[in-house]
Design a binder for this molecule. Structure first.
Ligand code: ATP
Length: 137
């Protein structure tokens, strides 16, 4: 690994979404965005639902993170999350459907509805749509 890069790994229970050496990474920390350059001080933080941005070989990339944790140590950034996709992998129709389901549940508010669960599902769907929209040509 060159002096100007750090390793980034994004891990979900299903798959390794990303693993490479990158120049810069920004993740959605619980208290605000966290940006990491190589040799960042060791850190562990929780993440909220949001966008991950990366500079890899001089190019900018972004993706979706469904919250989780980040650990930084020895120029290695590791993200653990329940779900992540590169921006171009986001299925907009699926996110639209998830958004509508969550909105219907929140509008109905029948006793069997888990409001917090529906709110998180809505937040995931809206964030996926926003990220996908932002890379449209
Ligand atoms: P859904 O109700 O559509 O499953 P969700 O927000 O509940 O949405 P997650 O639990 O965040 O889904 O993710 C489950 C799996 O499906 C993960 O592997 C995630 O990457 C994938 N996934 C979910 N929504 C999308 C999407 N719109 N585009 C691509 N992959 C998706």
């Amino acid at each position: 690994m060159a002096e100007s890069t750090q390793s980034l790994e994004v891990v979900t229970p299903q798959r390794k979404v990303f693993r490479d050496d990158v120049e810069f990474v920004v993740v959605p920390g619980a208290e605000g965005e966290l940006g990491f350059l190589p040799r960042h001080a060791p850190l562990v933080s929780t993440l909220k639902i949001g966008e991950i941005r990366v500079i890899h070989e001089g190019k900018r990339y972004k993706g979706f993170l469904a919250g989780g944790f980040v650990e930084v140590r020895d120029s290695r950034v590791t993200v653990f999350t329940r779900a992540a996709e590169r921006a171009e992998e986001i299925d907009r129709a699926r996110a639209e459907a998830a958004k509508e389901r969550a909105e219907k549940r929140l509008a109905a508010r029948t006793p069997d509805i888990d409001v917090a669960r529906a709110e998180f599902a809505l937040k995931r769907a809206l964030t996926r749509l926003k990220i996908s929209e932002s890379i449209k040509q």
